[in-house]
Design a protein. Sequence first.
Length: 240
Amino acid sequence: MASIYLIRHGQASFGQDDYDQLSSLGHEQAKIVGQSLARRIEGFDCVVTGTMQRHQQTADGCLQAFPSAQPEVWQEGGWNEYDHDDILRGIGDDFVSAQAISKFIARQQNPKQAFEDALNKAMNRWMSGQYDSDYVESWPYYQQRIHDALNNIVERARSNDSGGGARLKNVAVFTSGGVISVIAQALLGVSSDKMMHMNWTLMNCAITKLVVSKDRLFVATLNDHVHFELPELKQFLTYK
């Protein structure tokens, strides 16, 4: 059997010009999750990241805990997150640009709640399937490319298990919350509404572990963030 560790990226630079960069706290989260994993396993046979900076930066920080390991490493766009800017544009002129969003937020009595409500509305529209042509990437396409990316790893693990090559025992995938939620939704059989709730509650640098056998693929742990639950590490419990 093989284990696939789906690791959500560390805290990104929410509210900054470039969200796709880890914050200083995010870099520390990546190191801590790596240290936690190093106490559990000897290392990874294979490391996969999306092509986003926050995925690669999280991998770099995490893998510092395995200085002697030499895993195979590759990037795959199938592990990238959805384009939230494109999805937000679907609900009106207030969200057509970063400047428009800033003006919208400035008008709100509760900016944080107003933005979360808008994002929920935008996500529901995107996932409804009624407006697929409005988006660069439709919800069905997003789901399919995630499952394709996962199947690439699963098939390789199974072929290796059957003597088709070097054995894969532990695989790390550095990705985003939406991607992990889509996979968990499929394997656990939950609704899209519950999938979105799952997405919002995944912690930065939390671990979701999948186990691959000859004829099964299942979720062993979901949103494991015990590595941040010591009293002195509570500041590392973040969601964005």
